[in-house]
Write a protein that binds this ligand. Structure first.
Ligand code: OGA
Ligand code: MN
Length: 286
């Protein structure tokens, strides 16, 4: 920890589960963080992977300003629902343009954000504005823990293996054909399957719904291996389920987690609306 961080009072942190996730108490995210606090929040982010800041009331600009304190904002190039007034804030919603619940919930499969990019997302920040009376959770799988729980021989086997992430395949799997422009914009991208976290050095399995196949292995075998690893990684002991409260700001580390939305509410009746910002990560060399 830097001297600056050492001189600030420690953050008040309440862990939300034994494995990961913590509430950070007492910060008003509308205010800029002093550098020591910023560093302490980032350290907590590395330590807990998911941070929850309760009772926040941020405008889109304030959410962008909070996000930018931790890195470079990712623009949302594709299917930008409701972003006309603010290109940097993506609206996660089950409402149609007239504000009527559609019954549809996005992001229901295990994934890590923008894993098909050369520099996959470092963090995603969601601010809960409108929630159903119950449910509409987001579930996280800890890919450090999942990797570390593999037998030593399997870890060795996975060392140096490249996993190809493909936006085209990922959309195909949910019955959507992407445009030629989207194909050019997001060509398949290879990352280490056991990917070292750039800040902690710990390896985490890097896969999810955008993961297509493994390099140097027949397509079907690679797919089967990815699905087997996903089944392993999403066992209950590796999970944290976030029960949202209105005003929550959740910030999670895409480099060591998978996540998905749980449609455990009546999405044809109840609105669920969150504002989303995303921070760009880094490329990983083999
Ligand atoms: C996302 C996402 C899950 C949710 O915003 O990247 O996957 O619960 N959201 O809405
Ligand atoms: Mn997501």
């Amino acid at each position: 920890m830097s001297d600056a961080a050492a001189s600030v009072p420690a953050l008040v942190i309440n862990p939300l589960s034994e494995l990961m996730a913590a509430e950070v108490v007492g910060l008003d995210l509308r205010q800029p963080l002093d550098l020591g606090t910023r560093d302490a929040v980032y350290q907590a982010f590395l330590d807990y992977q998911v941070l929850a800041f309760r009772d926040q009331d941020l405008t889109k600009d304030e959410q962008v300003a909070f996000t930018e304190q931790f890195g470079t904002l990712e623009k949302h190039a594709q299917r930008n629902q409701g972003t006309a007034d603010h290109p940097l804030v993506h609206i996660v919603t089950n409402l149609d343009a007239d504000g009527v619940p559609t019954g549809k919930v996005g992001s229901m499969r295990w994934h890590t954000d923008k894993s098909f990019r050369p520099k996959p997302s470092m963090a995603t920040i969601l601010h809960a504005l409108i929630l159903p009376p119950e449910g509409g959770d987001t579930v996280f799988a800890n890919m450090y823990a999942a990797y570390e729980a593999l037998p030593a021989t399997e870890k060795e086997e996975l060392d140096g293996v490249g996993v190809v992430h493909s936006w085209e395949l990922s959309r195909d799997n949910i019955g959507r054909t992407i445009s030629e422009w989207e194909k050019r914009d997001a060509p398949p991208m290879t990352h280490p399957l056991a990917r070292p976290h750039p800040d902690t050095g710990r390896k985490a399995l890097f896969m999810g719904m955008h993961a297509s196949h493994l390099e140097g292995m027949p397509m079907e075998d690679g797919r089967a291996r990815i699905l087997k690893l996903e089944a392993h990684s999403t066992q209950p002991q590796f999970l944290y389920r976030h029960h949202w409260k209105t005003g929550d700001v959740l910030m999670w580390d895409n480099r060591c987690l998978l996540h998905h939305a749980d449609a455990n509410f009546d999405a044809a009746v109840h609105p669920r609306v969150l504002h989303r910002t995303c921070l760009r990560g880094t490329a990983t060399n083999f």
